[in-house]
Ligand binder design. Sequence first.
Ligand code: PSU
Length: 307
Amino acid sequence: MRERDMPMVLSEAVRAALAEGAPLVALESTIITHGMPWPRNVETARRVEAEVRAAGAVPATIAVLDGVLHIGLEDGQLEALGRAEGVAKLSRADLAACMARGGTGATTVAATMIAARLAGISVFATGGIGGVHRGAELSFDVSADLQELAQTPVTVVAAGAKAILDLPKTLEVLETLGVPVIAYGQDTLPAFWSRDSGLAAPLRMDGAGEIAAAHLMRGRLGLPGGQLIANPIPVEAEIPRAEMLPAIEQALAEAEAQGIAAKAVTPFLLQRIFEITAGRSLEANIALVLNNARLAAAIAREIGSAG
Ligand code: PSU
């Protein structure tokens, strides 16, 4: 279906789910194009979609293809995007320009939240959000994901912010922006590949129903912005923080030495950490995304039955 006012297309499955009031979970595409290597990226995207379905919700992977904002990708589109090279990475600032030019791009957390809200989808699962980069006091490199959480009413399920970031500063900015950061089932903030960052989480919730109720209450209060649900990676898949830190430090030092900046930083670091850990970081990343997909589906179902 093509919307009249906007080049936006809903997949058949997404359109049917919206018409029936069935629970939906938005999924991003930057994790496919910039977060994981081919062919594990496409394989993972398919597994994440299957996980959402198995948990009783309908997945809506979001991307811009030839100027059209797609809410829900057909399998061939997913495959083509995952194989393509040099795909643009779209955040709030680039989304409209890419669409207006008829371009193709993958959506980050920020752009996926914008698209999810437009389509009427309340819950979104990803791996880890962007945040305040280390050395931001000099570089001013702060992900647009944080601002988006402050203004777009979508509940985002992630395994915390990526551990390549400055996590204490990321928490500070989220607090300033009034974004609820809710650790799921524990008192501390998870650190992406590791369950524990050592930092106290501002809020803790232990069930999907509680998270859904908080999402709906924000809507009743008329508060703009979403919630960040920080869901720890499953125990059996985690790489403890002490083991991850040397790999993170090495990748960060290389990024600095090579002058990697702006949008290129996160993909560079994820790729280097993949190489340094001999692929272990990717296995952990896949496990945490699947885990987030399950929780997001449970939250979407609770929002659906309460709304
Ligand atoms: N989660 C992952 N891998 C990723 C991302 C999330 O497991 O690659 C992407 C998201 O699209 C997020 C982006 O918005 O990383 C952050 O990029 P930056 O730091 O440039 O804002």
